[in-house]
Write a protein that binds this ligand. Structure first.
Ligand SMILES: Cc1ncc(COP(=O)(O)OP(=O)(O)O)c(N)n1
Ligand SMILES: Cc1nc(C(=O)O)sc1CCOP(=O)(O)O
Ligand SMILES: [Mg+2]
Length: 351
């Protein structure tokens, strides 16, 4: 009998320690996420949601559970994973902390059911709220990063593909599209995988041209679709709400349709005729100025833009440009990228 009592007390104590440790874990993780929502994203509603979740956790974190804490006797405190010592980017910090919160809430849900019948349901509900937070955070992150991008490198299949893209990333580029109209799928998949990893290392968005299947396969940030490519609605179904979809536009009708169909950004061009898109006539500056006045999503002027004509393009109220040859064929892609970025700056072009 005494033994059974002892066992029951041991189980109760272990339960309290599990709940205490996971309440701490979830609260710390949420606080880490909250700081980014507040100071990094300046997003009041996401900040508020983190705070409310933390307050609800605090409500369950009773003195009885805290009293069970035995940090010196906890065999787990010395265990760390090498990944914890180093995070490659803010994204990695957020991802790790979202996982941490979700895992902790799952543990709280399972063991909480034994401790207090109301705990299971409460933590389950919180876990779903964290999934929603994660979706909003991911979608918002990509949109915000897109908004901040003024220079968009669209690749061409050169022998120095990876070195050139890496040089541009070292120059500060934050948005890359993999475009290769001729390679076999096997090569495209492998190139897209490598470029995607490269972009992750430099905290840059990675978009795949034309191919929704490749974008999904390599977990890209989005896809770019031309007027002859898949409809946006179908791509959205396949890619989900969080990935970016870009659409090429060549005239005002294209622009309004793309925005109405839910494109996250549009290409506007060709500004000048270009051998990269041989046979397509220039859309010209009238259309560029129309886009400047009417586009309600980020838009990138594209087609024949280089360091010599950038000032003329800027004068047509262009804040964002997409470039193929001027960077892919540059002698010094890093320096050229830095030049474009410096010229594009952060603000609006001269009135
Ligand atoms: C940013 C950007 N704008 C336009 C295009 C051209 O897309 P599309 O008309 O589908 O032509 P291809 O690139 O597929 O030949 C683009 N890729 N990126
Ligand atoms: C791929 C592409 N799309 C265009 C459009 O107008 O939709 S122009 C273009 C080619 C841009 O290449 P470059 O910078 O070498 O001129
Ligand atoms: Mg296309």
């Amino acid at each position: 009998m005494g033994n059974t009592d002892g066992q029951a007390r041991f189980v109760q104590l272990a339960l309290c320690r599990i709940l205490d440790a996971n309440l701490d874990r979830a609260r710390e993780g949420l606080r880490t996420i909250e700081e980014w929502c507040r100071f990094g994203l300046d997003n009041a509603s996401l900040t508020d949601e983190c705070k409310h979740l933390r307050q609800e956790l605090a409500h369950w974190h009773t003195p009885a559970l805290r009293a069970a804490r035995d940090t010196p006797g906890d065999a787990g405190t010395a265990l760390t994973h090498p990944d914890e010592a180093q995070r490659s980017s803010v994204q990695a910090v957020l991802q790790a902390n979202l996982c941490r919160v979700e895992e902790a809430l799952r543990v709280l849900e399972e063991y909480g059911k034994v401790y207090d019948p109301e705990m299971g349901g409460a933590f389950k509900q919180m876990r779903y709220r964290v999934y929603v937070l994660e979706s909003k955070l991911t979608a918002n992150q990509r949109q915000q990063r897109l908004e901040r991008s003024r220079l968009y490198l669209v690749t061409a299949p050169t022998e120095t593909l990876f070195a050139t893209v890496e040089a541009a990333l070292q120059g500060g580029l934050k948005l890359v599209q993999y475009r290769d109209k001729t390679a076999d799928d096997e090569v495209r998949l492998s190139n897209a995988q490598k470029l995607c990893q490269l972009c992750r290392r430099y905290d840059a968005l990675f978009i795949v041209n034309d191919r929704v299947d490749l974008a999904i396969a390599v977990d890209a940030d989005g896809v770019h679709l031309g007027q002859q490519d898949l409809p946006i609605a179908l791509a959205r179904q396949l890619l989900g709400a969080q990935r970016l979809i870009g659409r090429s536009t060549h005239c005002p009708d294209d622009l309004h349709r793309a925005i109405q169909e839910g494109a996250d950004y549009i290409g506007v061009g060709p500004v000048y005729e270009t051998p990269t898109k041989a046979g397509r006539p220039a859309a010209g500056f009238d259309y560029v100025r129309y886009a400047a006045a009417h586009a309600t999503v980020p838009w990138f002027a594209i087609g024949g833009i280089d360091t010599n004509n950038l000032h003329e393009v800027r004068a047509a109220k262009v804040d964002r440009v997409a470039i193929v040859r001027a960077i892919m064929h540059a002698e010094q892609p890093m320096v050229t990228t830095q030049y474009f970025l410096a010229q594009l700056g952060n603000g609006r072009s001269e009135e």
